[in-house]
Design a protein. Structure first.
Length: 330
């Protein structure tokens, strides 16, 4: 029988975990869980920008072997893909589940089922519970944790986010989340609005990443090299410099730390509506990739990983595929 992690036991037995879950759930009545602050009443099913009501949406879950090596390890990352999203990225590789709101209604579950999924992934031997696109379901995640801690959840929890997170929500996760895996998408609010329909993305994302780093600090791994705690910042290179890589990575090195772990992603593939945008309609060039690598070296950002140029062939998911949405498994 699995034993719950001591930190979860402490939060649970003190009642703090339940109090945080209830505070977050109450905010769904005039939802301000993410920076959208739509103020709709999700408790009665009113959908805001994320088209999500009270019940969490689990589009897929699996033991994913294609995450960063410290997350996938030898047994996989216990990945839970939440449906819908609080961004509208025109190039989203997960568009089947992030922007097909009508179909995702069929994937609504209750918090009991979400708890069962966490335990199932733990029983399968996964190294962690990896919450993908969790920003709009934070209250439901904590409500599920209240149910699952007494049943022995002992794995690190990964918050795998686009970084469009509200500070007031992140504060409630202090001491709950072990590993933050945020995206650093853009250095320009104009670009963020055009490509992801996000207002003030840069300010929100940078504040969020700063708070995440304050909570958990630099990456800590166990004797097997598997992550237990810390921040890993993902940066996806976009064609034609649209990600503002030099500015974003410069901010990270200058305002957060040169020791923070960075996962440089070259997997961009023009999918979803990307072909409607000429500057997004191709994969990145080798010269663009090498320029960002050189920028990282110049800035002293030497901790982390960089995908190879062939990665676009490996990481493109198909959520219609039975079982694993990714071909790169085991």
């Amino acid at each position: 029988m699995n034993t719950a992690h001591p930190k979860y036991i402490s939060l649970y037995q003190s009642g703090e975990l339940a109090r945080r879950a209830k505070r977050l759930e109450a905010r769904l009545a005039a939802c301000d869980i993410c920076p959208r602050a739509c103020r709709v009443n999700r408790l009665i099913g009113e959908p805001g920008f994320c088209h999500s009501g009270l019940r969490p949406i689990v589009a897929s879950f699996c033991d994913h072997h294609g995450e960063e090596p410290v997350l996938s390890g030898s047994r996989g990352s216990g990945t839970i893909f939440f449906g819908n999203c609080n961004l509208r990225c025109v190039y989203c590789q997960n568009f089947q589940i992030s922007q097909d709101w009508q179909r995702q209604r069929a994937n609504e579950v209750d918090c009991h089922r979400l708890a069962e999924i966490m335990l199932k992934l733990q029983a399968a031997g996964c190294h962690n519970i990896n919450l993908v696109s969790p920003s709009h379901f934070v209250p439901q995640i904590l409500l599920a944790l209240v149910k699952v801690v007494p049943r022995g959840l002992g794995l690190p929890i990964v918050y795998n986010s686009n970084s469009y997170d509200a500070m007031e929500t992140l504060v409630e996760l202090d001491g709950v989340i072990d590993i933050y895996l945020p995206d650093l998408k853009y250095a320009s609010d104009t670009t963020a609005k055009e490509l992801s329909d996000a207002v003030n993305y840069v300010g929100h994302a940078r504040s969020a990443i700063g708070e995440m780093y304050r909570q958990v600090g630099e990456l800590v791994v166990d004797s097997s090299g598997v992550a237990q705690r810390g921040v890993i910042v993902r940066h996806l290179i976009l064609p034609n410099g649209l990600a503002g890589s030099r500015q974003s990575l410069g901010w990270l090195a200058g305002e957060v730390s040169t020791s923070v772990s960075v996962s440089l992603m070259s997997q961009y593939h023009p999918t979803h509506r990307a072909h409607q945008y000429p500057l997004l309609s191709r994969r990145i060039l080798l010269s663009e990739y090498e320029d960002v690598l050189e920028t990282m070296n110049q800035l002293g950002l030497t901790s982390g990983w960089a995908q190879g140029m062939a990665s676009h062939r490996l990481y493109l998911p198909d959520f219609e595929r039975h079982g694993h949405p990714f071909l790169i498994e085991h």
